[in-house]
Design a protein around this ligand. Structure first.
Ligand code: ADP
Ligand code: MG
Length: 533
């Protein structure tokens, strides 16, 4: 399908300027066709995948329709969640940056209504809201609809999934239909949506960006043949190997999301889960953390991740192969956005590879088989990363005092500077090279028998609540003595006289060694591998 340049679309120069500043090169296929259609004033049904720029498809025409000389509400946009309402409001505000006198206001459940009412009193021509809250304001007459001439349903399928059908219909009944433009955008068009369009739209123009345009050219796609029980291990290797800034991991069930989130957190990754059972506030909190990079790995179900728009996702993992071909496109479309490069990794086992073949046919794309990186590969790449960091330190820092200390070590302890550097490197790589480290030295310890969760070992510590200790004391002691990051320490079960602590397997020996002479509140402490629960 032909796409057009924005300057071919008859837009206000202020809007063109904003678009340019946002870095959009040209209109996406849905935008190319939907913008003129919506600007013509007709009712429009727009269907295109997630991430294809539907927001601007109605946001740009909305800006051209607003009468800036009136502060009355003129355009109401309905959006399924608070998160999405805010996103849409932000995008429209960006587009309106150089237009004066336009106010865009999101309203959603969960936010204090009196505060919203205050904001509404200030007047906003464009309101974006979740259906329940918009209906509430219409009833209270805190949103007046006498000047509303446009209603836009964004992510309509998602709104129906969330049970908003009745609210939407109530709103559409409430707002005067005479001369009203009604626009609907959705990634999919299930029957109930078509029913709504029949009932509330007139001579609607349907614009559908069809399947074969769902190409994803800038994304490298790989698959790995992985046994179920090895998936977590392989995932962490790939995370370590490629070291993506932000990653999205897709699972097919909420349960798997929870399990995997726990497993990754237990191994010290900055991971959080996202699924439909979570309260909106929790979801908001997780999304915010992901957006700002405090969470680097977001583990989600397809439904929970729908519509989420974060730009810097560098890798998408299909931990479970998607159940639906279309989901595959939805999922991997989360990376490689706006011309950035991205990678997509899919785990398959046995017959699932046929499913993947279907996906390749459907998406007209190639997914290449890849060998799982060995722990040596991971160590290698990590070492390179560490050395890059070291080079920067050498370039930029004053190392005099450090050099003095090393020099003393070389003189007094009979080590070469090379020995010391190598030891530091080994320490920095602490987490890797598990396989090799494990069979030299602690052969007598059967870590598997300590009853810990996968990838972890369980340690018995001979102090507990009776010693007036808290889990945080144990955590502090272990992290402090053995110099492992506190965040990798797993579950701490504290009893009266003893405590069980889980640490990643690769640290098991380090912790045991370090704790040999440890004291807590002046008391000698003994730490041993636990016996099976
Ligand atoms: P959808 O609603 O179809 O899922 P969005 O409207 O949320 O998609 O857009 C997805 C991302 O693409 C956003 O970050 C948006 O700013 C960006 N985007 C939109 N239009 C363009 C364009 N023409 N060129 C580049 N990026 C765009
Ligand atoms: Mg959208």
């Amino acid at each position: 399908m032909e796409t057009v340049r924005f300057d071919e679309l008859d837009l206000y120069p202020q809007v063109l300027r904003a678009i340019k500043e946002m870095g959009f090169e040209e209109a996406t296929p849905i935008q190319s066709r939907a913008i003129p259609a919506v600007m013509s004033g007709a009712d429009v049904i727009g269907q295109a995948q997630t991430g294809t720029g539907k927001t601007a498809s109605f946001g740009i025409p909305a800006l051209h329709k607003v009468d800036v000389n009136s502060k009355k509400t003129q355009i109401i946009i309905l959006s399924p969640t608070r998160e999405l309402a805010i996103q849409v409001a932000d995008e429209i505000r960006k587009l309106a940056k150089y237009m004066h006198g336009i106010k865009v206001l999101p309203v959603y459940g969960g936010q204090d209504i009196t505060r919203q009412i205050k904001a509404l009193k200030g007047g906003a021509q464009i309101i974006i809201g979740t259906p329940g809250r918009v209906m509430d304001h219409l009833r209270r007459r805190t949103i007046r609809c006498d000047a509303v001439n446009t209603v836009i349903l964004d992510e309509a399928d998602e709104m129906l999934n969330m049970g908003f059908r009745e609210d939407i219909e109530t709103i559409l009944e409430y707002i005067p239909q005479e001369d009203r433009q009604t626009v609907l955008f959705s990634a999919t068009m299930p029957k109930p949506i078509l029913e709504i369009t029949k009932k509330y739209q007139h001579d609607a123009i349907t614009i559908k960006v069809v399947k074969k345009e769902l190409t994803v050219p800038s994304i490298e796609q790989y698959y790995y043949d992985v046994k179920r029980k090895d998936k977590t291990e392989v995932l962490t290797r790939l995370l370590d190997y490629y070291n993506p800034k932000l990653s999205l991991v897709f699972c097919n069930t909420k349960k798997m999301v929870d399990e995997l989130t726990d497993a990754l957190k237990g191994r010290g990754y900055l991971a959080e889960g996202l699924h439909g059972d979570m309260k909106q506030v929790q979801r908001d909190r997780v999304m915010k953390a992901f957006r700002t990079g405090r969470v680097e790995i977001l583990i989600a179900t397809d439904v929970a991740a729908r519509g989420i728009d974060v730009d810097d996702v560098e890798a998408v993992f299909n931990y479970d192969i998607p159940q639906d071909d279309e989901y595959y496109v939805h999922r991997i479309g989360r990376t490689g956005r706006a011309g950035r490069t991205g990678r997509a990794f899919t785990f398959v086992k046995g017959k699932e590879v046929y499913k993947l073949k279907d996906i390749m046919r459907y998406c007209k794309t190639k997914v290449l088989a890849m060998p799982i990186p060995s722990s040596d590969d991971v160590a290698q790449i990590k070492a390179e990363k560490v050395m890059e960091g070291i080079a920067a330190i050498i370039e930029n820092e004053n190392l005099r005092d450090m050099i003095d200390i090393i020099e003393r070590q070389v003189n007094e302890a009979d080590y070469t500077a090379m020995d010391i550097a190598a030891a530091f490197l080994k320490q920095a790589l602490g987490q890797v090279n598990l396989a090799n480290e494990e069979d030299d030295g602690d052969g007598s310890i059967d870590w598997d028998a300590t009853g810990a969760e996968e990838g972890m070992v369980r340690l018995f510590v001979n102090v507990g609540k009776k010693d007036r200790l808290k889990p945080s004391n144990i955590l502090g002691m272990i992290a402090g003595e053995s110099k492992i990051p506190g965040k990798v320490v797993g579950a701490i079960d504290m009893y009266d006289k003893y405590t069980f602590v889980e640490v990643p397997r690769e640290y098991g020996r380090t912790v045991l060694e370090a704790m040999k002479n440890a004291k807590i509140k002046g008391r000698a402490v003994s730490v041993e591998p636990a016996n099976q629960k």
